[in-house]
Design a protein around this ligand. Structure first.
Ligand SMILES: *Cc1c(COP(=O)(O)O)cnc(C)c1O
Length: 297
């Protein structure tokens, strides 16, 4: 199924004054550059679902998300590119955002579930009416989560290792990445199998069940979680925005505020608190998601 093969993400030096001051060598794996439409980590998380849909002869893909959802955006784009119809179940009341307009332009059928309807998404009977309405379609959990999604993300580690020589690195010491559902982190932890620790910067408050979700996929070892949520998912404050602004100017790497910006800011705090020894070689994962920032930046 080479049509779903994953494009190579470039591994680049990450040169920032606060890394340099702490004697830490940084690199960044740019998942944001793999494809103009199928963004970042979402492609890795979707691959398994696309293979399953093709295998089952499913005519379409159906999933859930919010009105800035990177996941639905990637799903709609992948559907269009690979010949699947797509349907999106959206949280809240109908809204007109740049993401929603893209979903429509990509041919996705949209259904607005309200807030109560969306909260029912984990109920056992949730999918039955949608399966009746879209017979044979591939139903994909929120965010493309689950073991299949994590296994797709294991390929991220291969992509990094294949390019270390271009930085003159024989090895690296740890990963740093943003965490939403934890599927991507779980994929890295599974692929590393204890070789290098994986640091997850939680974009969602720690009491939202994400640590348990990660433990279910990847066990308890091989990673550490850090709170990066700054008071709530999608909470944006002036210090965060000015940090993103500075970082974009220093590196020419674009960031968004919900995941990648918060993850890097949490990393700076840890580095400045002396949590990484001088000489550490750190690989930051740029998880993409840049389409979503049109909604608020
Ligand atoms: C979805 C997303 C994440 C979170 O990925 P999980 O696998 O759910 O933890 C991180 N960064 C960006 C940009 C995303 O779009």
């Amino acid at each position: 199924m080479s049509e779903f093969s994953l494009p190579q993400a470039p591994l680049q030096r990450l040169d920032l004054p606060w890394l340099r001051r702490a004697g830490i060598e940084g690199a960044i794996l740019r998942l944001d550059l793999i494809d103009p439409l199928i963004s970042g980590n979402k492609w890795f998380k979707l691959r398994h679902h696309l293979l399953a849909a093709r295998e089952a002869g499913a005519p379409g893909l159906i999933s859930l998300g919010g009105n800035h959802s990177n996941h639905l955006h990637a799903l709609a784009a992948a559907g269009k590119r690979f010949g699947f119809a797509s349907a999106g179940l959206l949280r809240g009341q109908p809204q007109d955002t740049p993401t929603v307009r893209d979903l429509q332009a990509l041919g996705m059928q949209l259904h607005w579930l309200g807030y109560g309807g969306y909260r029912a998404r984990h109920a056992p009977e949730f999918w039955a009416p949608w399966q009746a309405r879209y017979p044979g379609w591939q139903c994909i959990a929120e965010g493309g989560g689950g073991l299949g999604g994590a296994q797709g993300c294991a390929l991220i580690v291969e992509q990094c290792r294949a390019q270390l020589a271009t930085l003159g690195w024989a090895d690296y010491d740890a990963w740093w990445l943003a965490v939403g559902t934890g599927t991507t982190l779980a994929g890295l932890v599974l692929a590393e199998a204890g070789e290098h620790p994986v640091h997850g910067a939680l974009a969602v408050p720690a009491d939202h069940g994400v640590p348990a979700q990660i433990a279910a996929l990847a066990g308890e070892a091989g990673y550490r979680l850090h709170d990066a949520s700054r008071g709530g998912f999608a909470r944006i404050d002036p210090a965060l925005l000015s940090f993103i602004d500075d970082t974009e100017r220093q590196t020419a790497i674009p960031l968004e505020a919900l995941y990648t910006g918060k993850a890097l800011l949490a990393l700076r705090d840890e580095v400045e608190a002396g949590r990484f020894a001088p000489g550490t070689r750190l690989v930051v994962l740029h998880t993409g998601g840049l389409q979503g920032r049109r909604g608020y930046l």
